[in-house]
Design a protein around this ligand. Structure first.
Ligand code: KG4
Length: 339
């Protein structure tokens, strides 16, 4: 028979719905919001309004593409947080209304846990390329940079995290300083492919244990460009690829130094990536290179599951459904969380 889960994601600027049968994906629809491009970042009020417009057509298409009807759904899983409060309210309210109207159990999902569980999304019944427990997950997105020990589907512990900016923020803010549009991460990745990663060096933070810091890099990058532009006003234009390659190499070095330490400290040799920044080609290559050197088994999510999507919410919902972890109609979203 199987359990059919409808997943809903609306934590930031992507409205998404997915349908799963057990742990196998049947559909995953994502509506992006181009409206933010003109502002150099996500405008919360505009995001909430776009979610309101997108949510019904996105859910309808997800159910239709799954080849099912509404009455075949067994439970609704939704992102409760963390994220933008106005955006979360749209998805949460929709999920509550859908569950109430169809008399279905409601499952809350932590957006960060969901990024990690993206590794358990099966494309079909025979898909077995999944990590064993325990494994380490480097979760890198626009809002988070964390190293997580994953003990089972619902048992995770953060052993390192950023004390200021996230890795994605470092990409985006440095891109903004260079005059590149938002989000800068994918553009830096693209430009870096043509550049020399050793052309320039930027200072790396000295933070204890497994924690990260990216705000110092952003400041040193800003001062570096300011000084070079005083000497040559075309500096950025003439060295764009080299600047991007050097910046990307620095961010990857900072990230991987702590992952190596975490693997050594814990003795865990299965390493996974998650979150929007895991789409970065340099980071993916570096992890593959380290895997050969350190004899790690690595897991890199499919590109479509790295950025925000409801498939990862539905898979999390499935594992909570098995444990009967349901919430009542008085559940409210949360903007921030410890994990
Ligand atoms: O996980 P995500 O979609 O959203 C949240 O933060 O919730 O991550 C978005 C972040 C942005 O900072 C974006 O610039 C970054 O992921 N990103 C990348 C790449 N693709 C997305 N950063 C570097 N290289 C990429 N290819």
């Amino acid at each position: 028979m199987g359990v059919v889960i409808l997943g809903i994601e609306s934590s930031c600027d992507d409205t998404s719905a997915a349908v799963f049968k057990d742990d196998v994906i049947l559909s995953n629809i994502v509506a992006n919001q181009d409206v933010h491009k003109a502002y150099g970042g996500v405008v919360p009020e505009l995001a909430s309004r776009a979610h309101q417009q997108n949510i019904i057509p996105v859910v309808e298409k997800a159910i239709k593409d799954a080849g099912l009807s509404r009455d075949q759904i067994d439970a609704v899983a939704f992102t409760r947080g963390p994220g933008l409060m106005g955006s979360l309210l749209v998805g949460t309210s929709f999920a509550k209304a859908f569950a109430l109207a169809n008399e279905l159990p409601l499952i809350e999902v932590n957006h960060l846990h969901a990024h990690v569980l993206a590794h358990f999304i099966k494309e079909d019944e025979n898909d077995t390329d999944q990590p064993d427990f325990p494994f380490l997950c480097l979760l890198v997105s626009g809002g988070n940079s964390q190293i997580i020990v994953v003990r089972n589907h619902l048992d995770m512990e953060i052993i390192g995290q950023t004390i200021d900016d996230a890795a994605g923020e470092a990409f985006d803010k440095c891109a903004k300083v260079m005059g590149l549009p938002y989000p800068g991460g994918p553009l830096i990745d693209k430009l870096a492919k043509e550049g020399n990663p050793d052309a320039f060096t930027f200072s790396k933070p000295r933070i204890k244990d497994l924690d990260y810091s990216f705000s110092g890099l952003k400041t040193s990058f800003l001062y570096f460009l300011r000084d070079e532009l005083k000497k040559n006003e075309n500096f950025i234009e003439e060295n764009k690829a080299d600047i991007c390659a050097s910046l990307q190499k620095t961010i990857i070095d900072i990230l991987m130094t702590k992952v190596i330490k975490a693997a050594n400290d814990t003795g865990i040799k299965q390493i996974a990536l998650a979150g929007g920044v895991s789409a970065n080609s340099g980071l993916r290559n570096k992890l593959t290179e380290l895997a050969t050197e350190k004899k790690w088994k690595t897991f890199i999510p499919k590109f479509s599951y790295t950025t925000d999507n409801a498939a990862m919410i539905a898979i999390n919902g499935y594992y909570k459904y098995l444990q009967k972890e349901f919430v009542s109609q008085d559940v409210a979203p949360f903007a921030r969380t410890e994990f």
